[in-house]
Design a protein. Structure first.
Length: 150
């Protein structure tokens, strides 16, 4: 866990550029199998659609965003932490925040993203299904996972 207090607050439009950058760098590290071209296209959707339209919560250290959680009802649209800040409890804190608000969460994660799959399992998420193709129609298996608050 980080030694500096972590603040979780609601997204504002002023966060868009820094969260887009966090999303892109974290996605390059976690999803290299998607390639830079596809991630570049998806980045535009992140900036123009997903960040503003999801209920997005921003994790900050000393006022600076270091990660975010996007919720669409009880579905986790995205959880991304600055790669330089991963392993400090930020993702765990964001997911705990989401579970506190919703009492249960579902998500999808690429099976090839083994680090994220292990992270979610460690948090108590259980696999409830799989699909052989991702949202882009690519033959990349996605796991559907669910967790309920204690």
């Amino acid at each position: 866990m980080t030694s500096t207090p972590l603040e979780i607050r609601a997204y504002t439009a002023a966060d868009n550029a820094v969260l887009s950058d966090i999303w892109y760098r974290a996605s390059l590290a976690a999803h290299p199998f998607l390639g830079e071209d596809l991630l570049g296209e998806q980045r535009k959707l992140i900036e123009e659609v997903y960040l503003p339209e999801a209920e997005t919560f921003v994790a900050c250290i000393d006022g600076a965003p270091v990660g975010f959680l996007g919720l669409l009802g009880t579905f986790v649209g995205g959880l991304f932490v600055d790669p330089h800040r991963q392993g400090q409890g930020i993702g765990r804190a964001l997911m705990a925040h989401g579970l506190q608000l919703r009492k249960e969460l579902t998500l999808e994660v690429y099976a090839l993203n083994t680090g994220a799959c292990a992270f979610y399992r460690h948090l108590g998420f259980r696999e409830t299904g799989r699909r052989p193709r991702d949202d882009n129609g690519l033959p990349l298996e996605n796991l559907r996972m669910h967790c309920a608050a204690d």
